[in-house]
Design a protein around this ligand. Sequence first.
Ligand SMILES: Nc1ncnc2c1ncn2[C@@H]1O[C@H](COP(=O)(O)OP(=O)(O)OP(=O)(O)O)[C@@H](O)[C@H]1O
Ligand SMILES: [Mg+2]
Length: 281
Amino acid sequence: MTSSYRGADVGTAPIESQPVLQVRGVTKRYPVRTGILGRKEFHTAVDNVSLSVQSGKTLAVVGESGSGKTTLGLMVLDLLQPTSGEILYRGQPFSSRSGSNKRALRREMQVVFQDPYASLNARLTVREALTEGMIIHKIGDSAKEREGRALDLLQHVSLPPETLDRYPHEFSGGQRQRIAIARALSVEPGFILLDEPTSALDVSVQSQVLNLLLKLQREFNLTYLFISHNLEVVSYLADEVAVMEKGRIVEQGPVDDIFDRPAQDYTHRLLAAIPRIGSSL
Ligand SMILES: Nc1ncnc2c1ncn2[C@@H]1O[C@H](COP(=O)(O)OP(=O)(O)OP(=O)(O)O)[C@@H](O)[C@H]1O
Ligand SMILES: [Mg+2]
């Protein structure tokens, strides 16, 4: 699959220095219940956020629960409309995409959630889960070829071939997350949103999955947006960090700078709240 990998052929001609993902001044207001006198009330979950991620790099978005991380992630996947602002993938705004160009974006940008059950249909065998997206996006000319690709994916995530004809519930949490990762890779994406991908896993399994994500990033030149509240996990995976508080980015920079010289009290508190080295990985 490596030789036929085509993760970079969507959108305008890629310019080397152009970020894969650009978020420009994005705001999301959720309508909350209507107040007295019928006045509509809104909650601003994401407030004028701008960020960008370079090809093959990982940007982590960290922040306490409710700070707006998942809301931002859903907008980045084009699953939720921003109230205002614009998101660009390989230089092309989401708003300018339609038809086949929009379908290409659906293939290019994949997601792995905290709970693999959220991304894995319990009624589908692993074979079906891994080939479903290939069929939708016309990858592989025959069932045989798609099976070959599925077996290749299993090898990439270190699962045995017999995994193909089993169901998600037959696997441990860590194995399920490997299947979810293989499924995300099945449509040859260039970008993966990782929303707390290891938070539900046993500590001993977390580092294995993080190592797998790092290995796959190198193998397929994947760009990651990694959402987490765990700064230790972030330090392991990320190149850059954006710190989110109440919908806003309050601090952003290379991972070492944020860890060594956090400028904000809020970041200090996040750092102080994480378990010490070795205990949370
Ligand atoms: N569909 C919705 N309608 C109204 N409010 C929402 C909706 N989804 C999220 N919110 C609110 O928006 C804010 C941000 O939520 P979000 O899920 O993005 O936070 P988060 O940083 O991902 O939190 P966590 O770490 O707990 O996953 C919260 O106050 C949440 O209650
Ligand atoms: Mg969330």
